[in-house]
Design a protein around this ligand. Sequence first.
Ligand SMILES: [Zn+2]
Ligand SMILES: [Zn+2]
Length: 181
Amino acid sequence: MVISQSEYQKLISSAAPSDAATSAESAVTVQTVSNVVLNKKLVKRIWDKKNYCLFCGQPSKTLSRHMLQKHNDEVEVLAVPSRGKSTSERRRMWKSLTNRGNFSHNCKVVSSGTGEVVVAKRSGKGKTVTVFDYVPCPYCQGMYSRYSLYRHKKRCQARPSEKNPQRTGLYLFHALCCITY
Ligand SMILES: [Zn+2]
Ligand SMILES: [Zn+2]
């Protein structure tokens, strides 16, 4: 199955429920933040965000380690460590691999109609969010709420700029290359 970003958006809009009742019954959920709140105060933030591997589709809490261990024969994984530790370029490359893996997972969830959609910025538990509230960023493929995407796009690390023309190539690659699974 092949899905591009525009097809993903079409899929969401065609699957949009006609009324609120259908939305509540939807089997597609959105990942939210799990916090422990006591007396209206945040006492513990649980960092349990899972990301999905671009290569094997498995969820992992330590995705960069997973990819280094299991997919160290992939060209893009091989390319990352050679750039040195903790540089912004290295972080940006991991982010790109992570976002693309999550986007591929989200396409499966939306097309199958069941599962949990991974978003770049999770909203608090208890808030009612549906998959229809989120759209992929055209530069990095991270899922942002419809209302915050414009803010994110302004400072998106994957956004092509005159200083970094190679990102234009990366962006075109993302935009044109359909995700195959
Ligand atoms: Zn994997
Ligand atoms: Zn972005």
